[in-house]
Design a protein around this ligand. Structure first.
Ligand code: UDX
Length: 448
């Protein structure tokens, strides 16, 4: 079995590391974060992710996985390196390649000292052309060796979702291999065939096309969500049209499929917003207009504000009133609040003078000057206590089992806005003032 190194220990890197280790590969996770090294080697996940504790524990205890400081030892002692460092967003929406460049210089320098053949596979999300035009020259100069002859070079975009990183790593719908040359592609193909036991479709293409697959996929998912949210807003104004019923009917068309058609508070997270913006920026750089993608972003920007406005228009005067937010993370099963709709909803409400409390099973505090006034409650009951309105923002499992009585007994006025459509409309409308994204206004304004 080949030995694997993973450069970068975020969601992608660590999930890749623990999953390969669990299948018997020797894996070295390389990072410069000494806290993370200690945590990983102590079997403590550095972030919340289902199944990570179990796989980290088995990986470390079996001796298959270890985290180390720096790159050289990781490269010299393995056959394959996955580059998974972050590619943050720059102010103009383009991608910051600082970490990728730095990683490649270090990998190249290590390759200079190495005799055997080595495969470098970029998993970080990079815009089309990056692996060929940035990564390859850096590796070649730093190593003094040509790609394709002395080392293999591939790009394999990652499609895992936070909150199901481990499941997705083991069960991808497909694997994309962008290859610098056929021999490089063969090396990664063989590794994935072995890892997935020949059970996952693998599509091979050139480097830039593989890079584009990632952006196109995320842009399409974002488009589906914004489409559902735009229709939800229309449905709210119509007489008797529920967006959930509409999307259930639409999604059963095999050409469309039901996934990512859930209207809600908008998409957040570290990928969808960033990747759509990056794609718009790539298009702009080559003189292409992207009105569709720009609208997808505009709809998404407006959606959390729309949710906040549902509360504001229902409450009338908001100043001094307590609004309870259930959920802060951008989606369930993660403690990640990057681009989370909850923050935009909270900000809007606080700007209008509301007193905002929030409860999230994984997020216990929010840092940053903008959110000093936001109180993180330690329980659902504390969050709801005395509230004039509650907004269900993130569909955590433990919120789904709440009953109308849980809101009625704690709140000062039982007004509930379901921004993720997790509650039964009939049941909740009978007992409290119930509003929901994509639910007709006539029903929403009907008080019990
Ligand atoms: C996404 C892609 O799904 C994944 O393939 C890629 O590798 C990384 O980006 P992630 O950001 O982890 O994954 O979350 P995802 O499950 O895609 O959800 C993104 C956002 O969209 C969340 O805020 C979620 O609440 C929202 N969403 C999703 C909707 O509002 N409606 C939907 O129907 C689906």
């Amino acid at each position: 079995m080949l030995a694997i190194s993973v450069v970068g220990t975020g969601y992608v890197g660590l999930s890749t590391a623990v999953c390969f280790a669990s299948r018997g590969y020797k894996v070295i996770a390389s990072t410069y974060d000494v806290d993370k090294i200690r945590l990983i080697n102590d079997k403590v996940p550095p972030f919340y992710e289902p199944m990570l504790t179990e796989l980290l524990t088995s990986g470390i205890e079996s001796g298959n996985l270890k985290a180390i400081y720096g790159r050289e030892e990781a490269i010299l002692n393995t056959d394959v390196t996955f580059v998974t460092v972050g590619t943050p967003e720059l102010a103009d929406g383009s991608v910051d390649l600082t970490f990728v460049r730095k990683a490649c210089v270090e990998i190249g320098r290590a390759l200079r000292k190495k005799d055997g053949y080595h495969l470098v596979a970029i998993k970080s999300t990079v815009t089309p052309g990056t692996t060929n035009e940035v990564v390859k020259p850096i590796l070649e100069v730093a190593s003094g060796k040509p790609a394709g002859r002395d080392f293999a070079l591939c790009m394999t975009p990652e499609f895992l979702r936070q909150g199901s990183s481990i499941y997705d790593t083991f069960n991808p719908d497909r694997v994309i291999i962008g290859e610098h040359d056929e021999t490089s592609g063969d090396a990664l193909y063989d590794l994935f065939q072995e890892f997935y036991d020949n059970n996952v479709p693998i599509v091979r293409m050139n480097l830039a096309s593989a890079e584009m697959v990632k952006y196109a996929s995320n842009a399409f998912l974002a488009t589906k969500i914004s489409f559902a949210n735009e229709l939800a807003n229309v449905c709210e104004k119509l007489d008797d049209v529920d967006v959930n019923h509409v999307m259930a009917g639409v999604g059963l068309d095999g050409r469309i499929n039901p996934k990512f058609l859930n209207a809600g508070a908008g998409f957040g997270g570290s990928c969808l917003p960033k990747d759509v913006k990056a794609l718009v920026s790539v298009a702009k750089a080559v003189g292409c207009k992207t009105p569709l993608l720009s609208s997808v972003l505009d709809v998404n920007e407006a959606q959390p504000l729309h949710v906040a406005d549902l509360a504001i228009s229902t409450l009338g005067r908001v100043t001094g009133k307590k609004v309870a937010l259930l959920g802060l993370s951008f989606k369930p099963d993660t403690d990640d609040i990057r681009e989370a709709p909850s923050l935009k909803i909270a900000r809007r409400l606080m700007d209008k003078g509301a007193v905002v409390y929030a409860f999230d099973p994984a997020v216990t505090h929010i840092e940053g000057p903008n959110f000093e006034d936001l109180t993180c409650a330690s329980s659902i009951a504390e969050c709801l206590q005395g509230a004039h309105c509650c907004i269900l923002v993130t569909e955590w499992e433990q919120f789904k089992c709440l009953e109308p009585e849980d809101f009625i007994k704690n709140m000062s006025e039982p007004v509930l806005i379901d921004a993720r459509r997790i509650y039964d409309t009939e049941k909740f409308s009978r007992k409290l003032h119930f509003l929901a994204v994509g639910l007709p206004l006539d029903r929403k304004t009907r008080r019990p």
